[in-house]
Design a protein around this ligand. Structure first.
Ligand SMILES: [Zn+2]
Length: 277
């Protein structure tokens, strides 16, 4: 398949999509749902628009499979977080293309991904690809503010749409450089905006993070590890967090050597930290 025209079409769609201001709050994602829906409808694909609030709609379209397998959903959100224009070098809602890059609020999160899903959906349809499972295109509002009027609403009111075997959405990505090294990295996100409980052990001088001490408090030793686990690059001099959990060891456990030796470089120290299972 010649992908050059597909890239050109995707870029054209993305630029026009970025021009629709769906800052949430208030969202007003209806024009975005209608824009994406009009592209599907122009090729004969039936669309359902589900209003969850005034000017807020969910778009759902479906390609039928032979029913031998349960559906897969391509899910994206149409809202974006608000813009503080004073920090922008260019307009946030014009879809600027410059030096091979696309600029605009939502280009990454996640209108760009939404257009990828749309193009995949359209190509399946155009090429009459035989499907063993239904493929559902779903564009939801209100993801950036809790999903009350988006996916949460849909899962509570329309389980017929959400009853899928797989759902693909944002969160994953690929990179060939990470931590200053050449890598082949593709991260897979299986969840979002939920709590990841970790229990870390650091033995050192007990201290609250709000009070400085002459020695390195144990909680500071944990900082690089926490940064590593959260996907944040550990800084050479990590700031002391305003709040921290109580340092272990728990009652009954024996003291151990610090899991993040201060003498090691921060990056190495972070790598050596092991969350307790
Ligand atoms: Zn997002």
């Amino acid at each position: 398949m010649d992908l050059a025209p597909v890239f050109a079409e995707a870029l054209d769609i993305l630029v026009r999509y970025l021009r629709i201001d769906t800052s949430n709050p208030p969202g007003n994602e209806k024009p975005a749902a209608r824009f994406l829906g009009s592209l599907l409808e122009s090729e004969g694909i039936e669309c359902e628009y589900i209003e969850t609030q005034p000017e807020r709609e969910i778009l759902v379209a479906r390609l039928r499979g032979d029913g031998s397998k349960r559906p897969i959903m391509l899910c994206n959100h149409t809202d974006v977080v608000p813009v503080e224009a004073q920090y922008w070098d260019m307009p946030a809602f014009e879809g600027v293309v410059r030096d091979g890059r696309v600029y605009g609020r939502g280009a990454i999160d996640m209108k760009g991904c939404g257009v990828m899903q749309l193009m995949a959906f359209l190509l399946l349809h155009r090429n009459r690809v035989p499907l063993t499972r239904d493929v559902i295109f779903c564009a939801v509002p209100d993801e950036e503010a809790g999903s009350t009027w988006g996916m949460k609403w849909l899962s509570e009111h329309r389980p017929d749409i959400c009853d899928v075997e797989f759902e693909l959405s944002e969160g994953g990505g690929g990179a060939d450089r990470f931590g200053g090294e050449d890598v082949r990295l593709f991260n897979v996100a299986t969840n979002e905006k939920s709590i990841c409980w970790l229990q870390l052990t650091a033995v050192g001088t007990p201290a609250t993070a709000a009070a400085s001490t002459t020695t390195t408090p144990s909680c500071t030793s944990c900082a690089p590890c926490c940064a590593s686990r959260s996907g944040t690059a550990a800084s050479p001099s990590p700031p002391i967090p305003r709040r921290t959990s109580t340092a272990w060891p728990r009652p009954g456990s024996s003291p151990r050597a610090p899991t993040c030796p201060p003498s090691k470089p921060r990056s190495a120290a972070a790598a050596n930290c092991r969350p307790r299972s």
